[in-house]
Design a protein around this ligand. Structure first.
Ligand SMILES: C[S@@+](CC[C@H](N)C(=O)[O-])C[C@H]1O[C@@H](n2cnc3c(N)ncnc32)[C@H](O)[C@@H]1O
Length: 285
């Protein structure tokens, strides 16, 4: 695709994003009434929920679903120290709280509006929950960012996490940041700690299902080496997929135990045995 086409596409995508955002803001009063009637006023307003995909699938269905995966697959216990990287406006934290988890938590995200809301509204209510903005430049999510992911991580001095969760983060991370984040996570986990990470994973089975039209997202190769694919080259970070062997090799290089990796396929690829929508990798340090 030529540079000019990509540039005009990116501009159109930006205009469409602004129009969508204005539309969501215009129904804020209705959303507020809905939250009052359903005793959900402690949840973020619609224009923040929709930034993290929290508009469909029940009010916070995916949040509750991932509390179960954290407990069962990543062995999250009460009292643990948890890092939620790419936490958005705290939908998972609300579900953790509703389901009675008690522990120390740091949530980080590059969208400042989401972090500001979570720090103002959730931090005072949930003991030991803190939300920190990642001031990392990102064309799609935080164009005002002043740091690279590597620079931000070098200033993020928290260590000794028992569990790290990245729910729907790596589905937006391009190869130039993949290793930086994987190493950043591995470095900050205690030995034996677990990371629960979601991806769109390209594999033989996924390609077979794609050929019969079963994939629910179509990816196109991105970059030269075939390790990565995106849904739309105009806004590549909107949905990113990685080749399975490449990903496991990168996890090993980042410092995770190769024999401690487990993969649960998701239903996005059309598999009948998908556990969640995205693929889930649980990696142990
Ligand atoms: C689909 S949302 C998921 C949010 C949250 N984990 C949840 O499930 O409710 C993806 C989140 O990743 C964040 N994000 C996207 N790219 C990122 C990057 N390169 N670095 C850090 N965060 C990023 C976005 O700001 C957004 O909040």
């Amino acid at each position: 695709m030529g540079d000019r086409v990509l540039r005009s596409g990116a501009l159109l995508a930006k205009v469409a994003r602004s129009a969508r955002s204005a539309a969501y803001r215009s129904v804020t009063p209705l959303d507020y009434v809905f939250r009052v009637l359903n005793q959900l006023t402690h949840y973020p307003p619609l224009h923040l929920r929709r930034q993290v995909g929290g508009v469909g699938a029940g009010f916070n269905g995916p949040g509750y679903e991932f509390v179960a995966y954290l407990r069962l697959l990543a062995r999250l216990r009460d009292g643990d120290f948890l890092w939620d990287i790419g936490c958005g406006c705290g939908m998972l934290e609300l579900a953790l709280h509703d389901l009675g988890w008690k522990g120390r938590l740091i949530g980080t995200d590059i969208q400042k509006s989401c972090i500001d809301w979570a720090q103002k509204n959730l931090s005072p209510r949930f003991a030991d929950h803190n939300f920190i903005h990642m001031d990392i430049h990102n064309a799609a999510y935080w164009p005002k960012g002043t740091l690279s992911a590597r620079e931000w991580l070098s200033r993020f001095d928290k260590r000794g996490f028992d569990v790290v969760v990245a729910k729907s983060l790596f589905t937006h991370v391009l190869p130039d940041e993949l290793d930086v984040y994987l190493m950043g996570i591995a470095d900050r986990l205690r030995v034996g700690g677990k990371a629960l990470l979601t991806f769109f994973i390209l594999s033989e089975e996924q390609a077979r299902l794609a050929a019969t039209g079963k994939n629910r997202i179509s990816f196109r190769p991105y970059g030269e080496d075939g390790c990565c694919a995106v849904r739309n080259p105009v806004v590549p970070a909107a949905a990113v997929a990685y080749e399975q062997h490449y990903l496991t090799e990168r996890l090993g290089r980042a410092g995770f135990k190769m024999d401690g990796l487990s993969l649960r396929h998701g239903a996005w690829s059309g598999r009948a045995d998908g556990l969640s929508f995205q693929d889930i990798i649980v990696a142990e340090k």
